[in-house]
Every structure is written in C-alpha cells, then in structure tokens.
Design a protein around this ligand. Structure first.
Ligand SMILES: NC(=O)c1ccc[n+]([C@@H]2O[C@H](COP(=O)([O-])OP(=O)(O)OC[C@H]3O[C@@H](n4cnc5c(N)ncnc54)[C@H](O)[C@@H]3O)[C@@H](O)[C@H]2O)c1
Length: 264
C-alpha cells in the first residue's frame, strides 16, 4: 500500500461524527494508524471496528480522560505523529440571552479542552524522535472555524469567541513549539452538512419561527462555490496538514469554506 500517510500515527478527537469521522475514513485510506477518541464511545468504537483501527471513549473536558487518551496512543505506538484536535460543540442563542452556564459549556469544550489536549500531546511530542523521514517531531491540527473571523455572527457569540481562541492557541503553540520541530496549524471550515448544522438549524428556526431547514437554506445561499460544504471537502486539507507536504507551514489558519471568507 502506498498512501500519503503510510504508518503515521494520528489521534483524532470528535472522531465519531461529521468532520472527524470523514477525516478518519480518509486518513485510514491514506495508510495512517488511528486512535479515534470521542465522548460518544460506541460511535467511535463502531467506526474503528469498520476501519480496523482503534478507539477510546474520552471526554476531552476531563483532565483524567485527556491523560488516558494520550497515554493510550503512546502505549500503543510509543509515539504520536499527528494530533487532529477537532471535538467541538455549538449553541445558537441571541447575545442578550446567553447565560454564564452557556458560555462556560462552549468555552470548556471548544477552547479549554483544545488547549489542554494540545498541551498534553505537545509535552510528549517534544521528547520524541522525529517522524521517520521528516525533520519534524510532530504536527498539531486544530479545528477552528470561519466563525473565528466573521463579524455579525449574532447567534454564535460564545462559539465565535471560542474559535477565535482556537486560532490564537494554534499560533502561540506554533511559535513556542517551532524550536522543538513541532508544527501547529488550524483548519477553518465554513458551513458543513454535519449533525452540528442540524442542531444549528433546529435552534435557529425555533428562534425565528421559521420552518425547519430555512436557516440552513438561507445560510448556504451566499456560498460563492454554489453548494454547501460536505465533511469530505475538508479531508484533503487535513491529509495535507498531516503529511510531509505541509512541513514548512506553521501558525496558519486555513479557510476551507467554498469562498465564504475572502481577503485579509
Ligand atoms: N459543521 C460546521 O459547519 C462546522 C463549521 C466550522 C467548524 N466546525 C467545527 O468542526 C468540528 C467538528 O464538528 P462537526 O460539524 O463534525 O460536528 P459533529 O457534532 O458532527 O461532531 C462533533 C463530535 O465531537 C464530539 N464531542 C463533543 N464534545 C466532546 C467532548 N467533550 N469530548 C470528546 N468528544 C466530544 C461529539 O460527540 C461528536 O462526535 C467542531 O470543532 C466544530 O466546531 C464545524
């Protein structure tokens, strides 16, 4: 077999659904060895069984679960080449109605957990040998969002702030870890047809009194490339970020969004 990621070891969080699951399938096809982590343990197990890979039930908001998850990767392979730090949650709610509990829940999963998963993995990566055939010791990939940049996300205040934070953490890690030959980049998807968007549509249409599906229809109407994004549209970029082809890139946030965000 000759794939672009032959033998590379990859930990994916939020692997049971949507973008994480689509990337798991593609990375598997490219020859990577995978540990699929998700708070939905049975979902991760099911996909791992289908692919002949490994799974672990882990809630990334819990320090003990992060430790168990990272230890499992190192116990299995003795190293981890790539982290795909992807788990996330959303809530659609008007700014004036957001509670402290709402804020804390979004931030705890989308930013706090992303930070501490990155930290736990980076602590190990800086001590390991370079990836075979590479000058790098490891590669960190965070899932942010175009919501990190776009203003006017009236119903996504905490979520957008969390994703701006993910870009910030990605860049801090990139500069701190560059001397250790560990890179850190972020993926910014656009409007992707996953269970997360089913939730957004349900919450948003309920707020507006619209028929189900109307929020989705309005949101995808302005996409320059003329169709909604599928989770599969992100897999090529994640393969690129996990592969040697991106070895000289660090601290970047890449929009893969059908052209929704353009310009600097
Ligand atoms: N769908 C979109 O339009 C879109 C756009 C931009 C960014 N994103 C981001 O992409 C990532 C994946 O989203 P998706 O659309 O595939 O959503 P999804 O809901 O299909 O998948 C998210 C996965 O994360 C898991 N998860 C949630 N909380 C967790 C926790 N505490 N510990 C471990 N796993 C947890 C869920 O169980 C689920 O399997 C998220 O970070 C999301 O914010 C999505």
């Amino acid at each position: 077999m000759s794939g672009r990621l032959d033998g590379r070891t990859v930990l994916i969080t939020g692997a049971a659904s949507g973008i994480g699951a689509a990337c798991a399938r593609r990375l598997d096809a490219e020859g990577a060895r995978l540990l699929l982590a998700d708070v939905n343990g049975p979902g991760a197990e099911k996909l791992a069984a289908e692919l002949g890979q490994h799974a672990i039930a882990a809630d990334v908001t819990r320090a003990a679960d992060i430790e168990r998850m990272v230890d499992a990767a190192y116990a299995r392979w003795g190293r981890l080449d790539v982290l795909f730090n992807n788990a996330g949650v959303i809530q659609t709610k008007p700014l004036l109605d957001v509670t402290e509990a709402d804020w804390d829940r979004i931030m705890t999963v989308n930013l706090r957990a992303v930070f501490f998963v990155l930290q736990a993995v980076a602590r190990q990566m800086v001590k390991q040998d370079p990836i075979p055939g590479s000058e790098l010791r490891g590669k960190l990939i965070q899932t942010a969002s175009i919501a990190a940049y776009r203003g006017g996300q009236a119903l996504l205040g905490p979520y957008s702030a969390s994703k701006a934070g993910v870009v910030s953490v990605t860049r801090t890690a990139a500069s701190v870890l560059a001397p250790h030959r560990v890179t850190s980049n972020a993926l910014c998807p656009g409007v992707v047809e996953t269970p997360m968007w089913e939730q957004i549509d349900a919450e948003w249409t309920a707020l507006e009194g619209w028929a189900r599906g109307e929020a989705w229809k309005r949101r995808i109407a302005g996409i320059p490339l003329g169709r909604p994004e599928r989770a599969e549209d992100l897999t090529g970029t994640v393969v690129f970020l996990a592969s040697a082809d991106s070895d000289y890139m660090t601290g970047q946030a890449i929009n893969v969004d059908g052209g929704l965000v353009m310009g600097g």
